[in-house]
Design a protein around this ligand. Structure first.
Ligand code: UDP
Ligand code: MG
Length: 320
């Protein structure tokens, strides 16, 4: 991978959604890193994901005074995953590093990632050694999610690893070949494979502003992850149904025999109702689950673009 002769280009891809207060802070935090690594030049692809505050103006101002920065303005808020995709599509570097705008991914880690890359890794993961900056509930639910997901799915998502990572051009091009509309980036990143190395860091508190991922959004995110990479929830109902049918058959034989021997008897009413309600609710759950998958098939079948660009600011980017 490493190439001592030519200077290499690395693209930082940064999604921004209502980060107005944080733009300058991000710029000043990232500057020293851009100058710190020998024989590497940087471009910073900022994606404005339909912010409603002054994020865009501030980004455009920075792109105006620093030629390494460019801005992709999306036509509305498409969500972080789509914003990342837009940035990665436009990035032209020999390696790409997606990084959050709120400085929760420490830019100081970038030189260490580049070192691993130069030693031959295609993907360098940044693993959080502790998540104390997240709330207890978020930590626990994340842990549970990863355990559940990795059980169900053939693709193992490494835990405590976010979108912050370095990807060699070969891995980026592989990623671009995954066409799905509903993009669970962590899963897609894991799916492509490649030779992977890891560096550790402690996740900081958000510099300014607050998180854009509420409880409900995180829940949807988890559903997305599981339904994108596993069909086990679809299949498990066959077994539940089989077990239920078997139990019902045994119970029915028992009742028939009892009726033959003792005659008709009303008190069976309660247990019957319990069985009917239980099976009914199982059916509703499984129908709901089918709905989750069919809804996703529906969205995929429309083949809509993952994001729409309103304008490029700063230097024209290759790719797209
Ligand atoms: N973000 C985005 N679009 C969205 C939500 C978030 O581009 O719809 C960006 C946000 O500006 C930040 C990154 O994604 O740079 C991570 O978001 P956040 O810090 O809110 O997530 P958390 O760190 O709490 O998981
Ligand atoms: Mg954050």
């Amino acid at each position: 991978m490493s190439d001592q002769l030519a200077s290499r280009l690395i693209s930082l891809v940064v999604p921004f959604y209502n980060e107005g207060e944080g733009v300058e802070g991000f710029y000043h935090a990232i500057l020293p890193v851009l100058d710190s690594v020998q024989d590497i030049s940087f471009e910073v692809v900022c994606v404005d994901d339909g912010s409603r505050d002054d994020t865009l103006e501030k980004l455009v101002a920075i792109a105006g005074r620093d030629a390494r920065f460019s801005v992709i303005e999306l036509s509305r808020n498409f969500g972080k995953e789509a914003a990342l995709t837009a940035g990665i599509d436009a990035a032209s570097g020999d390696a790409v590093i997606p990084i959050d705008a709120d400085l929760q991914d420490p830019p100081e880690l970038i030189p260490a990632m580049i070192r691993e890359w130069r030693q031959g890794a295609d993907v360098v993961l940044a693993r959080r050694v502790n998540r104390m900056s997240d709330s207890f509930l978020k930590r626990k639910s994340a842990e549970l999610f990863y355990r559940f997901h990795n059980r169900l799915s053939d693709i193992q998502i490494p835990d405590n690893v976010g979108d912050f990572r370095l990807m060699d051009r070969s891995a980026v091009d592989a990623l671009k070949r995954l066409p799905e509309r509903q993009r669970f980036m962590k899963g897609l990143f894991a799916w492509i494979g490649f030779r992977t190395a890891t560096v550790g860091y402690t996740r900081a508190l958000r510099a300014v502003g607050k998180t854009k991922f509420s409880g409900y959004r995180l829940w949807n995110f988890a559903l997305e992850g599981i339904t994108s990479f596993s069909t086990a929830p679809l299949k498990v109902w066959t077994y539940f149904g089989g077990l239920g049918a078997l139990a019902a058959f045994i119970y029915a034989s028992f009742i028939v025999i009892r009726t033959v021997i003792y005659g008709i008897d009303i008190p069976g009413y309660a247990s019957l109702l319990v069985v009917v309600l239980f099976l009914g609710s199982l059916q509703l759950i499984s129908v709901g689950l089918l709905g989750e998958y069919i809804g996703r098939i529906y969205v995929e079948s429309k083949q809509r673009p993952i994001y729409l660009v309103r304008r490029h600011h700063g230097k024209p980017l290759s790719g797209d």
